[in-house]
Each structure stands twice: as C-alpha cells, then as structure tokens.
Ligand binder design. Structure first.
Ligand SMILES: [Fe+2]
Ligand SMILES: [Fe+2]
Length: 295
C-alpha cells in the first residue's frame, strides 16, 4: 500500500467513525468522501475532498494540494459522473448519497473558487503552485426522486441490468471453478487455478462493491421518497455489509490457496456459500424496490 493510500484510508475511517469530522491537517475543514469508479480498472476509489455546501448540492475542489496533475477522482468522474458522496449528518452518523457530478466553468467556477479561497487562503497557494492547470471545481447534485417517476423507473431498469450483469459474471466464475476442478487450466493463463480464480473473483468483487456503494447512496433518496420502504432498505444495507465481509473472507481463503494446496472443491464450496446469500439478496432487493420504482 502506498503512503498516500494509507493516509487516505486512515482519514476515511476517522471520517466515518466521527460523523464527518477529521483531525490532523484536516482539522476544522469541511470534507466529504467521494467514491468514483476507476476509469481503467473499474474499481471503486474513495477519496476525502474539501467541499463547500451550496443549497442541496456540494461543491468540491480538485486542488491536489497544488500538485501538477488533476486528481484521479476528477479524471474518473469525467469518464463517469455517477459519484457516491458521504457526508456527516444531524442524525449523528455519516450518510451516503448518490450524486451526479457536474464540472463548473466560467463565471460559475470563478465564483465558487473565490469563495473557497476566502474561506481557506491555502487554496490561493495551491493555484499558484499548480501553474500548468486550472484547478477543477465540481458540483455534486444528490439524486432526488421527488415527483420524478421517470427517473425512478430508469433506476429500476438500471438495477435489474446490473444484477443481470453480476449474475452473468457469477456464472463465468463458476465455469472457472469447474475447469479448475477438471484440472484443465486455460491455455492463455499460466498461473495455477487458485491464482486464476483469485483474479476473476477480485474483478467480480470490485463490480459488486461498486454496485453496493451506489445502491447505498441511492437508498437515501428512496428512503425519503418511499418511507414505507425504510425497514426493507435497513435490511438491504445490513446485507451489503454481510456480503462485503463474506467476500473479504473468501478473498483471504483464495490468497492462502495460491500458496498452499487447498483443494479447488473446497474453494468452490466456499464460493457457493457466499453466492447463495448474494442471490437471495438480489431477489429480495428486486421484490422490495421494483414495485415502488414503477416496474
Ligand atoms: Fe443490494
Ligand atoms: Fe443490487
């Protein structure tokens, strides 16, 4: 793990534990966490960023502390503007929100930039240091379903499509297991079966992690629009945590298997155990959410 990722992980953990407050160099700063999808890796990345509240939206700044390059999260959101934002709330805990990222330009960008510089003069120094670029300023618009049934239907369609994609990926990983059990490694994959499976499972885990992160954000809009769904959503959020832990445990088993002689049959049985819970989760989610979303 690089020092930057390490430091980020510590800030993220503190942010979530202290309702959005962080000490050290960020003491007193108003921060949000944003999760973007890696434009090449498809992997979810979470970063703490300085934010300015502006009515219902948050405006964030890609200062990169005056670095020569735009931060990765900014390049990621240009490629895919679906960003999950986590923020401290009056309820005393951090809450995730599905947002759409809109880079600001011209006078609008200048207005928020000046406002931020007057709040924190360090930003003027960042701009002076980052001479080769204009520091990006981005507005994050939270998803709002109020009176927008077309958007609700669209989200319902997206949910089913993502579940179907994930189900197809599950089938692919299953096939790998069967191949490994049959002792016939893929001709173009020189690694052992456990290593092959680990790679495929890891990709699947990233996709699932991203799906759940985005859902957790969208759920906050559902809870507001469809209060009768709150008990089901509470259960769905809890299931996301259970699935995440089960997959992390399975990844650890796979990692161990890469250096020992764990029988593929045992790996497959473990994988099937995790999947049974996941498939039940997909089915429950569709049954609970789709009727409200107009499907
Ligand atoms: Fe889910
Ligand atoms: Fe889902």
């Amino acid at each position: 793990m690089s020092a930057v990722i390490d430091r980020n992980a510590a800030v993220i953990a503190e942010f979530r534990a202290r309702n959005g407050k962080v000490g050290g160099p960020f003491e007193g700063a108003s921060l949000v966490l944003i999760t973007t999808v890696g434009r090449r890796s498809g992997r979810p990345w979470t970063n703490p960023v300085v934010a300015l509240a502006d009515g219902g939206r948050q405006v964030v700044f890609g200062s990169n502390a005056g670095g020569a390059r735009d931060p990765h999260w900014y390049l990621n959101l240009l490629a895919n503007p679906q960003v999950t934002m986590e923020i401290g709330t009056d309820a005393g805990h951090v809450k995730p929100f599905a947002t759409r990222a809109v880079p600001l330009a011209g006078d609008e960008r200048a207005r928020y930039w000046d406002l931020q510089c007057s709040r924190d003069p360090a930003f003027r120094a960042y701009a002076a240091a980052a001479t080769t670029r204009t520091i990006p300023v981005v507005a994050l618009h939270p998803l709002d379903l109020a009176g927008d049934s077309a958007r609700g239907r669209l989200i319902g369609e997206q949910l089913v499509r993502h579940h179907d994609d994930l189900r197809a990926e599950i089938e692919q990983v299953r096939e790998r297991f069967e191949r490994a059990l049959g002792g016939a490694p893929h001709a173009r994959e020189p690694q052992g079966p456990a290593e092959q499976l680990r790679r495929h499972c890891l990709t699947f885990c990233y996709h699932l992690q991203l799906h759940h992160t985005r859902e957790d954000g969208a759920f906050s809009a559902f809870e507001r629009e469809f209060p009768h769904l709150v008990p089901a959503i509470t259960r769905l959020r809890a299931e996301h945590v259970v699935v995440e832990h089960a997959l992390a445990a399975f990844e650890a088993i796979l990692e161990q298997a890469a250096t020992t002689t764990t029988p593929p049959r045992r790996l497959r049985d473990e994988f099937e155990r995790v999947l049974t819970g996941l498939e039940e989760h997909f089915a429950y989610e569709e049954a609970q959410l789709l009727p409200a979303l107009g499907r």
